[in-house]
Design a protein around this ligand. Structure first.
Ligand code: DGJ
Length: 372
């Protein structure tokens, strides 16, 4: 009797939630329970044959941007079908003064595995409860298992008391007294160009601002944190300590005054690439791309990698991660979010294959459905 019931249940699951065999960018993406995946601004870790997708758990309605639950985790072996692994990092429900108190803003979580410590390390953009986007901190959590539970360790601003590798002499001189008061979620927040205000110098003592972020682990095991800094005007790339739990003090400024968000860093054939967005709040804009021979090197902008219809708005999406597909040579997936500003839980995922032109520059083109 028990066997028959099990068989019936399996059959029902199969009928209700058929296995997916392709990506359908922009469509509802049901998990193993038939519920639209709730892992926005996400990133993926590959560990022992399984992909783990971490992302912002959004709630329904106009307050969907506040973290009331935490960081979601899903697992998959084929990237099309995802199992809900629950909440990998929970917000603190009891202490409203905790850094990750329920109602804080917790965005763009990413997880990397540290082979030396055998720990899974999560970083995320943290805004303290009730303080809008002013805190601009990085949060760090750790776990022994890929799906968690993760334990929150600390939050801070990057590199307090350190100058970047490419600091300019004027950064060490006067610091502006006029600065923007509130995060405006877009360009033009500052009353003057950021370097003339010396936002870098302003934040030298207390640490640099860090909002939209990503992690990247290089072939030698060195990990880097890339984030929108200096009132979103400039990207900074920071090398992490060997245990991946904090900053090493070595960092580099890129794309000064270019207001980039959603930056994703990846490596192909020995070169480093960034795909990022412009800075327009939840509204989509034209993507950016760039290449460099070294992470702390000369980055050359390559322009909008998108081509064809919808390219001016990155097919209504904003970059969140670039995923190298395991075991498939030269196969990279662009992961973007199509934000539904009024009901963020309904935001969709725009995953597209990255092609490379004859110069090796990344190219993105719309596809209704595709598989790798
Ligand atoms: C754009 C960022 O990319 C998102 O992560 C989020 O912070 C929104 N801005 C908020 O307006």
């Amino acid at each position: 009797m028990k066997t028959i019931l099990t068989l019936l249940f399996t059959l029902m699951c199969f009928i209700s939630f058929p296995q997916q065999k392709s990506f359908q960018p922009g469509a509802i993406w049901p998990d193993n329970n038939g519920i639209h995946i709730n892992a926005h601004g996400g990133g993926i870790l590959f560990y022992k044959g399984t992909y783990y997708w971490y992302g912002e758990h959004k709630i329904a309605g106009k307050n969907g941007g506040l973290a009331k639950v935490g960081v979601s985790c899903y697992s998959s072996r084929d990237l099309y079908n995802w199992k809900d692994e629950g909440i990998a990092l929970k917000v603190n429900e009891t202490d409203s003064l905790n850094d990750i108190a329920s109602g804080c803003i917790l965005e763009r979580p990413k997880v990397i595995y540290n082979a030396k410590t055998n720990k899974f390390v999560m970083w995320f953009h943290l805004e303290l409860k009730g303080k809008g986007y002013d805190a601009a901190r990085s949060g760090v959590a750790v776990s022994d298992k890929p799906a968690g539970p993760f334990t929150f360790l600390n939050s801070f601003r990057p590199n307090a008391g350190y100058w970047p590798v490419n600091v300019q002499p004027f950064h060490k001189k006067s610091v502006a007294s006029i600065v923007k008061e509130k995060y405006c979620g877009g360009k033009g927040c500052l009353p003057a160009p950021p370097d003339s205000l010396n936002i870098l110098g302003r934040d030298f003592k207390g640490g640099q601002m860090a909002r939209d972020m990503n992690l990247f682990v290089d072939d030698d095991g060195s990990a880097y944190h890339i984030y929108s800094s200096e009132e979103n005007s400039t990207l900074q790339i920071s090398k992490l300590t060997d245990d991946y739990l904090s900053y090493s003090g070595q960092y580099f400024r890129v794309f000064t005054e270019r207001y980039m968000e959603g930056a994703a860093l990846f490596k192909r054939k020995g070169k480093y690439y960034i795909i990022a967005s412009d800075c327009t709040g939840w509204a989509p804009n034209a993507a950016r791309s760039a290449v460099a021979d070294q992470i702390f090197g000369n980055w050359t902008e390559l322009g909008n990698p998108c081509i064809g219809e919808g390219s001016a708005l990155t097919f209504k999406s904003q970059s969140t991660f670039v995923l190298p597909v395991q075991g498939k040579k030269d196969t990279f997936i662009f992961m973007g979010d199509h934000w539904m500003e009024k009901n963020l839980i309904d935001s969709r995922y725009i995953w597209l294959p990255i092609k490379f032109n004859e110069k090796g520059n990344p190219i993105l083109e719309w596809k209704d459905a595709w598989s790798y």
